[in-house]
Structures are given as C-alpha cells and as structure tokens.
Write a protein that binds this ligand. Structure first.
Ligand SMILES: [Zn+2]
Length: 336
C-alpha cells in the first residue's frame, strides 16, 4: 500500500464532489511543489541534507510498514529550507522554526541550526508530523450581502486543516473564523519524544563525529566548573550536543536543546499515570507509548478517549485536550 500525499481524509459540510476535487488537487500540490511565494525565499538543499531527508524517510516508512500503514514517501522537494533572514514572520510562522502545512503538502524549515545533527533533529520532528493522520476540513460558507461580488456567488469554500496526529482543530463557522486547537501539547510531546529517540541514535553516526567530540570535551569542562555552569548542567539531559563552544571566553556556550519540554512533561506524566493504573492492559510503559503512536497515525481517536476516561474518569479526555495556558495544563495532569 502506498499513498502519495499527506492528507488521509477530508471532513466538513462541502459536497462529496468538492471533496473529491480537493483530494486530486492535494495530489498535484504534493507532486509539483511549485509555489511562487517561495521562489525568492527558499534556498537549494545540500547533498548532505538530501541524504538526511531520504534516510529519515526510509526509517519512518519502515516503521509504517511494520505497523501495516501505507507507505508515504516525503521527498526532498516537499521540504523547503528558508534562510533565517527571509523567514516570513507572520501568521502561523511567528515564533516557529518550522512547520508542516497539510494544505501545501510541504514542510518549511527556518535555517537556524548550526550543525548537521541539529538539522536532523528538526527535520525528523516535522517529517513525523507529516506522516501522522491528517485531515482537512472543507466547508461551504454562506456569504453575507456585502461580501457578494455578483448575485450568483452566494457561498464560498473554506479549506483548513482539521487534524494532524493527535491534534484536532475545531472551526467555529461564522463570518470571522475562529479556531480552537485541542490536544496540541500531547501531540507535540509525542512527536518531540520520537524525534529525540531518533536523533539520539543518529548522534553516534560517523558524520557527526566532530560534534560528538566537542560535546564530550565541553561536558568534561562543565563538570569541572559546575559552580559556574549550574544553569546549563541542570538542563544537560535536554542538551545533546553543544553547537558553539568557546571555553576561553566562556561565551557562546550554547547547546542544541530538545524542544517542547513542558509538552513532553505533560505527555510523559499522562503515560506514567495510565501505565500505573492499567498494568493488566499493558505489559510495560513502552506499550502505552506505542498506543499513543498508533492513535496519532489512525483515523479514530476514540480508543485513546476511552482509555483516558476509564482511567481518570468522565470528562478527563476533553479536559486534557482543551486549550489553556501550559502551566494550568501541567497542574491538571499532575493532579490526575
Ligand atoms: Zn511540532
């Protein structure tokens, strides 16, 4: 089984023929990847970057095949690398270093890594989003009087993303669109955990020997001067190599950090608590983790909802999903 674009399903109130047309368009967009907006922004990928993309693609698909999921090859052309100074700081792009956009069947990465392993990590994270279960929502929106350009156009179509992995977007359809996202934390927590696992395997590849050596030396130095570098040593688990290292000046001691710390904490706390109370259902903690992986890649989130409600009580699933400040979500998850 093979699929040739990221979208798995189209939901929304649009007629079936519109949905069919959009599926065909998605396939074309996946194949052509020609966006006039990107021409002046993106740069060519290096041979090494292409190698990394193909390597990750191979690993992701081997994992999909082992779980009887259709193969989806994300090709180097579906990845667009944009130098930092050209990154459009607007809309969805503000405060992000990269994103997967299902509507455009592509990944955009802001070029702000300083070594190849940093690229590998960032690339895996976005490619894993693209590999998870994706739905688009197509709705017919009635136009109000002043929006009508001519008397026959009474409606317009809106196309938005609806689900990516464990995250669901709900659109409140009226004149001004309103969007709420659910389960963003556990979605990012899961994807970053997977990206960490993969990156920590590849950090030992010969191609990253230089970073390994720098990091080894830096860690020795940090341990010896623990009093000066407490703030770094506290986060050492998240720093898997140091990108910039100037011992002499003690400046620019900067590591590449795995992201979404709070989201991972929320995600891992839920897993721990689910495992604690369901030892008869799961052989080990990893099985609970894999359960989340499978739900993120499948059409229905109901099995996850059921497990969470059975474990933590009615309403817990919605409560975990709801949009709220991260501190509040963390406090709730800890109270479970
Ligand atoms: Zn992400």
């Amino acid at each position: 089984m093979e699929k040739n674009f990221s979208v798995d399903r189209i939901v929304g109130n649009a007629p079936i023929q519109e949905k069919g047309r959009i599926i065909l368009e998605q396939r074309e967009i996946f194949d052509s990847q020609e966006f006039s907006e990107l021409v002046d922004l993106e740069r060519d990928k290096t041979a090494e970057e292409i190698r990394v993309i193909e390597e990750i693609d191979g690993e992701l698909n081997a994992d999909r095949q082992a779980r009887d999921l259709p193969v989806l090859h994300i090709l180097p052309k579906n990845i667009h690398i944009i130098p930092q100074d050209k990154w459009p700081n607007q809309g969805n792009n503000v405060n992000t270093d990269g994103l997967f956009d299902p509507k455009f069947e592509c990944i955009m990465l802001k070029e702000n890594w300083l070594s190849p392993i940093g690229f590998h990590h960032r690339m895996y994270h976005e490619m894993r989003h693209m590999q998870s279960f994706v739905t688009l929502q197509v709705d017919v929106i009635p136009l109000v009087e002043e929006e009508r350009r001519n008397p026959i156009t009474t409606h317009r179509l809106s196309l938005e993303y609806h689900r990516i992995g464990l995250m669901i977007c709900e659109r409140i359809i009226h004149r001004n669109f309103n969007t709420r996202s659910y389960f963003t934390e556990i979605n990012e927590g899961l994807v970053e955990e997977l990206a960490m696992r993969n990156t920590l395997l590849h950090v030992h590849d010969p191609v990253h020997a230089k970073e390994q050596e720098t990091t080894r030396q830096a860690l020795i130095y940090l341990e010896q001067h623990a009093d000066e570098f407490n703030n770094i040593l506290n986060r050492i688990e998240d720093i898997f190599y140091l990108e910039e290292y100037e011992i002499a000046s003690q400046k620019n001691l900067r590591g590449h950090v795995f992201t979404y710390q709070n989201e991972r904490l929320i995600f891992n706390t839920i897993i721990d608590k689910l495992y604690e109370t369901n030892t008869e259902k799961f052989e080990n903690r990893e099985e609970v983790f894999q359960f989340f992986v499978d739900v993120a890649d499948s059409e229905s989130m109901l099995p996850l909802g059921r497990l969470i409600e059975e474990t933590f009580g009615k309403g817990a699933f919605r409560r975990i999903g709801r949009e709220e400040p991260i501190g509040q979500k963390l406090a709730f998850v800890n109270s479970l």
